[in-house]
Design a protein around this ligand. Structure first.
Ligand SMILES: [Zn+2]
Length: 91
């Protein structure tokens, strides 16, 4: 028991699908935040915190400092895009 490769793969696929879902939700929230008007309440794509949009291009509750929501968002979504591109080329 323990080392069941099928089970391991199932778990990997489950984790992967969860990540895909999270990235999909983040992308949706990003589009909504981008589409909102200044002064409207939007939801941060990364941390789901509500905030008032202060400038036309703002899409995140914070974009300063280490590990801010803007950087985290792009880190996650860019990684995903890179992986899919690799799959398209080599898969
Ligand atoms: Zn945030």
């Amino acid at each position: 028991m323990g080392d069941d490769p099928d089970r391991k793969q199932e778990e990997d696929e489950f984790i992967q699908s969860m990540q895909m879902c999270a990235i999909g939700c983040m992308t949706d929230r990003y589009r909504m935040a981008k589409g909102a008007k200044v002064g409207e309440t939007v939801i941060c794509p990364t941390c789901e915190k509500q905030f008032i949009k202060r400038s036309y291009q703002q899409a995140f509750c914070c974009n300063r400092g280490r590990g801010n929501c803007k950087d985290r968002y792009w880190n996650v979504t860019e990684d995903e895009r890179r992986e899919r591109t690799v799959e398209r080329i080599f898969g």
